[in-house]
Design a protein around this ligand. Structure first.
Ligand code: HEC
Length: 184
C-alpha cells in the first residue's frame, strides 16, 4: 500500500509538486485514500485517487497542473501527426504513448480540494469535478484504460486502431469537466 503511494508520488514529482505540497513526503496516514489502491498483483490500470489534501502552494499547484495538461497535449499532437502519416514513426509513437500513459496514471491526484474555480485563479477545471467526483474518477480511469492500451501497441495498425479511442477518452472528460478556453 505504501509502496504504491510512493510510486505515485515519485511519478507525480516529475511534473507536479503535489504529495505534501513541496514538503518531504510523509508516510500515509491511516485515513489516507490509499485504501482505494488495488491489491497486488499490480493491475494494468490504477484507480484514480480520491481528492487528497489542499496543497500548500495552491497557485503553483494549479499552474503546474495546467502546464502538465499542455505537455499532454503536445504528446497527443505527436501521436496525431503520426496518425495522419502513411507510415507512422513507431519509435516516436512509443515514446509519446508512454508519456500519455504516465500522465493518465497520476491525473487522479491533480484535483485535491481547494484547487478549483472557487480560488478565483483562472482555471479550466470546472467546479463539478469536486461535486461529481465519481463521474470524474471514472473519466480518469477510462483514460488510463485507453492510454494503457495505446502504450501497448506494437505496430502501425494497432496504433491507428487505438489512437481514436484514446482521444475519445480526453474528449469524454473535457465535455463535462473542462471549461472552454476563452483566451486563445
Ligand atoms: C478526467 C478528466 C480529463 C481527462 C481524461 C483529460 N483531461 Fe485535459 N483537461 C481536464 C481539465 C479539468 C482541464 C483544465 C485544467 C486546468 O486548467 O488546469 C484540462 C486541460 C487540458 C489542456 C489545457 C488547455 C485547455 O484546453 O484547457 C490540454 C491541452 C488537455 N487538457 C489535453 C488533454 C488530452 C490530450 C487528454 C487525453 C490524452 C486529456 N486532456 C484528458 C480534464 C481532463
Amino acid at each position: 500500500m505504501k509502496t504504491t503511494l510512493f510510486a505515485t508520488c515519485a511519478a507525480l514529482a516529475l511534473g507536479l509538486a503535489a504529495c505534501g505540497g513541496g514538503e518531504p513526503a510523509k508516510p500515509a496516514e491511516p485515513t489516507a485514500p490509499a485504501a482505494e489502491v488495488a491489491p497486488a498483483p499490480a493491475p494494468e490500470v490504477t484507480p484514480a485517487s480520491t481528492a487528497g489534501e489542499t496543497p500548500a502552494d495552491v497557485p503553483g499547484f494549479m499552474k503546474t497542473r495546467h502546464d502538465n495538461y499542455e505537455a499532454l497535449g503536445k504528446n497527443m499532437k505527436v501521436l496525431m501527426d503520426n496518425m495522419k502519416a502513411a507510415t507512422p514513426d513507431m519509435a516516436a509513437v512509443t515514446t509519446a504513448a508512454a508519456e500519455v500513459k504516465k500522465t493518465a496514471d497520476v491525473m487522479g491526484t491533480w484535483f485535491p480540494a481547494g484547487t478549483g474555480p472557487e480560488t478565483g485563479i483562472k482555471t479550466g477545471a470546472k467546479a463539478n469535478i469536486w461535486t461529481d467526483r465519481a463521474t470524474f474518477d471514472a473519466a480518469v480511469v477510462k483514460l488510463q484504460t485507453e492510454a494503457t492500451a495505446l502504450a501497448a501497441v506494437t505496430d502501425a495498425a494497432g496504433f491507428k486502431a487505438q489512437f481514436p479511442k484514446t482521444g475519445g477518452a480526453c474528449k469524454n472528460c473535457h465535455d463535462t469537466f473542462r471549461e472552454e478556453e476563452k483566451d486563445h
